[in-house]
Design a protein around this ligand. Structure first.
Ligand code: SF4
Ligand code: SF4
Length: 411
């Protein structure tokens, strides 16, 4: 494992961090046996940064029980987050934080983030609520090691927030699909220049840079002659940046872990050759031609009161450009169309509840209209009813299903 220095904390952090949001699951919840094995194998492989959040259901408890059971606490840095989205008053800071300590079975959170800052005005509001003193007090008492924030907003807001306080670290989304998205390369460099470690999230765009990659992208990678998977290419691209302290990978299998560990071994800053960079310039163009809606599948927008499966709609839509329209319709229909309770785009009543939760700032309502146009051909609702009847799935269709049906009124 390679390590990069967090000079503010005086620590060496593994360049591969474990994002626990995508721990393996089974029908009953977490697959405990596989999850425990994975975490232990990650520690053995040299990973010393584990990222979780109060907002990931059951996730902190899982890490807490595993670290306690196997005596891992002194071998790992725990990163977790204050769930700003459900903080209604300053009193909630302590309420959630104390729960997090219990969940994590610890008396210290090494890296603590304000979860999902989306704009400077939000940060201003938090200041009015006394967040600065709250963080400083937690640091003074040793309950927090480093204080930082995760960011999902516009670049200029990021720069303002960054400069407005003496942060110990920050976390931004960054991957090869668009180096100017949100904080982007400008934000990354600005933080680095201030000596602030930068944690990279979504280095593979929620897995979109691995599964469902456009055929053309796979061909370009394959033609490069380099023995590297699409995941390996994506991670290396991030590690090439000396400004990135570590990246978080949401590993859910031993194979993914092993592969990521192997790539990390050979990925110091500046690891890409001029030829590799040429490969990326072609890949980026091919990827972005196909990848129309930048949904990472994080599920923050779910559940939808109308049962629209928003990430599945967007996945099928992108797939229809990555492969072809017929394949997109097939994926759409098989994954959410014919289920007992469909989740198709036409069920959306534009209530807007989902949009304020989307860390990517996606115009979900408008995008669902695009999904409907592309994937629900005339008579689609009737076809679904027929398929459902034929497959024995005879539950009556939900109101508004199918593009020929009028949407139900919100109310
Ligand atoms: S806007 Fe549409 S997709 Fe979003 S929560 Fe409302 S009904 Fe669901
Ligand atoms: S639409 Fe936004 S919130 Fe919903 S899954 Fe996609 S990226 Fe996440």
């Amino acid at each position: 494992m390679l390590y990069r220095e967090d000079q503010r904390a005086g620590k060496k952090l593994s360049i591969l961090g474990f994002g626990l949001m995508r721990l393996p699951r089974n029908i009953g919840g977490f697959d405990r046996a596989r999850g425990e094995e994975l975490i232990n194998a990650a520690v053995e492989g040299g990973i010393n940064y584990f990222d979780t959040a109060y907002s990931y259901p059951g996730n902190e408890e899982f890490l807490g029980t595993v670290q306690e059971k196997y005596g891992l606490r002194d071998k790992i840095n725990i990163a977790s987050k204050l769930p700003l989205i459900i903080c209604r008053s300053p009193r909630d800071f302590d309420k959630f934080f104390s729960r997090e300590l219990v969940n994590l079975r610890t008396n210290r959170i090494d890296y603590y983030l304000l979860h999902m800052i989306t704009g400077f005005s939000q940060w201003q509001k938090l200041k009015e609520w006394g967040i600065e003193n709250w963080l400083l007090e937690k640091k003074r008492s040793g309950l927090i090691g480093q204080a930082g924030f995760s960011f999902h907003g516009a670049r200029d807001d990021f720069l303002q927030v960054l400069k407005d306080w003496d942060w110990d670290f920050c976390q931004i989304q960054y991957n090869y699909s668009d180096e100017n998205f949100q904080a982007g390369i400008t934000g990354l460099k600005a933080a680095h220049e201030r000596g602030i470690p930068v944690i990279i999230m979504e280095p593979l765009l929620g897995g979109r840079l691995v599964s469902g990659l456009p055929r053309r992208v796979r061909e370009i990678f394959a033609a490069s002659g380099k023995d590297l998977s699409p995941a390996g290419w994506g991670l290396k691209w991030v590690w090439d940046h000396p400004e990135a302290t570590l990246l978080l990978s949401g590993m859910s299998s031993r194979a993914q872990l092993e592969e990521n560990l192997a790539v990390a071994e050979t990925s110091p800053p500046g690891c890409l050759s001029p030829r590799d960079r040429e490969v990326f310039s072609r890949v980026k163009q091919a990827f972005n031609e196909a990848y129309r809606i930048r949904c990472t599948g994080c599920n923050y927008c779910m559940p939808c009161p109308q049962n629209v499966n928003i990430p599945a709609c967007f996945s099928a839509y992108n797939y229809s450009y990555a492969i072809n329209r017929a394949e997109g319709i097939k994926q759409y229909t098989m994954s959410i169309g014919i289920s007992g309770r469909p989740g198709t785009a036409s069920l959306c009543v534009a209530c807007g509840r989902c949009e304020k939760h989307c860390p990517q700032g996606l115009p979900i309502i408008d995008s669902l209209v695009q999904v409907k146009k592309r994937l629900e051909f005339p008579g689609y609702g009737l076809v679904l009813r027929g398929v459902r009847f034929w497959t024995g799935n005879r539950q009556p269709p939900a109101a508004g299903e199918g593009m020929n049906n009028p949407p139900p009124q919100d109310g």
